[in-house]
Design a protein around this ligand. Structure first.
Ligand code: GDP
Length: 369
């Protein structure tokens, strides 16, 4: 059975340098076999912490910096190039010696246990934006665990409620919020989506019903990940393909965190527009084509924009941010960030309300949710 393991600690395709951790019984002999230090000598007999430049994987292998991190039990790290060819060459060399390659998540769990801090580090690897990464780093450094350690009696219920309330924000941080753009064909949904994303993605075409399929694209709004969904024009249609698009639109609007209803200021409001306003009273109302002469005056709660000139788009982005993240949790806050954790916190509330005994190690119990 294998007892030497390796894991790539760096994210895939996200940097120029890769870090490979190697550990386990027998790893010193294996590494001496496949790592040739430039100055000669076996890395295993050197002092821990000393960096050595060399080649991993024999002739044609990657040029890496190797370091023995721990003597006993032995742990080594190699920092090489992150390109697929170089990295797979190094991993092949390790595999050829019987080393089992683990996922970095597996390594984290093995090395640190499946704690809230480990879970934050795992999610950190795919943090979509800097503010999200900052909040996950807080949790990886114990913000959530520390807050849980303050909970002992029913008197701490309020404190627990605060954590539960933050759960929605915490879970969205990693998955992203969804914002649907809805409106009749030709009001400018695809054009507006392009402006919101800052590049040409949706196909803009003056023929009604061009956007038959949903187009989903991610952007950061105020530093938060948002998936915008451009809907097929919502209207009554006899064309079966068009109708399917419309049905999917309606489902997406129902599932979205926020809907933007787009209207065209340069044409009279249509019966379908009035229907949308009635059906989606909580949507953000957007009057597009403000660069053209207006045929109606939007009420005060409409945001005037022009997808052509980008006028008003920053106001729209501000409103989107205000609606999806009404209260930004500052850095350093304890935030549950996985649905399983939030479910555990809800169970904990019941336990506290009933005056029952709490699990001995609350952070560990919440992490196992
Ligand atoms: P959709 O069917 O709602 O996705 O509408 P499109 O984005 O395809 O736009 C329909 C037409 O309106 C295209 O010819 C766009 O160039 C035009 N259009 C969209 N937004 C604006 C705008 O703000 N101003 C002007 N003048 N034309 C626009």
């Amino acid at each position: 059975m294998t007892s030497t393991y390796a894991a790539v600690l760096t994210g895939e395709g996200r940097g120029a340098i890769s870090a490979i951790r190697v550990w386990g019984h027998g790893c010193a002999a294996i590494i001496d076999e496949i790592f040739q230090s430039r100055v000669g000598g076996a890395i295993s007999t050197g002092l821990p912490g000393r960096l050595r430049v060399g080649t991993l994987g024999g002739d044609g292998g990657d040029e890496v910096v190797g370091v023995k991190l721990e003597e006993d039990p032995p742990v080594y790290e190699f920092q090489g190039h992150a390109g697929i060819a170089a990295l797979s060459r190094s991993l092949d060399a390790l595999r050829s010696q019987g080393v089992e390659i683990l996922e970095a998540d597996q390594w984290l769990r093995t090395a640190r246990g499946d704690t809230l801090e480990t879970q934050a580090l795992i999610d950190l690897k795919s943090a979509p934006t800097l503010p999200v990464a900052e909040r996950l780093i807080d949790q990886s450094q114990g913000a959530l665990s520390d807050a849980l350690r303050e909970i002992h009696t029913p008197a701490d219920l309020e404190h627990l409620e605060t954590l539960i309330d933050r759960g929605d924000f915490g879970c969205r941080m990693t998955t992203g919020w969804t914002v649907a753009l809805a409106g009749r064909p030709n009001v400018g949904k695809s054009s507006l989506l392009n402006v919101l994303l800052g590049f040409q993605r949706a196909i803009v075409n003056p023929i009604a019903g061009t956007t038959r399929d949903q187009i989903r694209a991610r952007a950061a709004v105020g530093g938060w990940p948002v998936d915008f969904i451009d809907m097929a024009g919502i209207r009554h249609s006899d064309d079966p393909i068009e109708r399917e698009g419309i049905e999917r639109s309606e489902a997406a609007v129902a599932n979205a965190d926020l809907t933007l209803l787009i209207f065209d200021k340069s044409t009279e409001l249509h019966a379908g527009d009035h229907e949308l306003l009635r059906r989606y009273p909580n949507a953000v109302r957007v009057a597009n084509k403000s660069d053209l002469s207006a045929l109606w005056s939007p009420a005060a709660d409409f945001i005037n924009v022009s997808a052509r000139t980008a006028d008003g788009v920053s106001d729209l982005l501000e409103e989107i941010e205000r609606r999806i993240v009404p209260k930004v949790l500052p850095a350093g806050c304890a935030i549950p960030f996985r649905p399983g954790q939030v479910a555990r916190l809800r169970r904990l509330r019941t336990t506290l309300e009933r005056g029952e005994r709490l699990p001995a190690d609350l952070p560990a119990w919440v992490a196992s949710g």
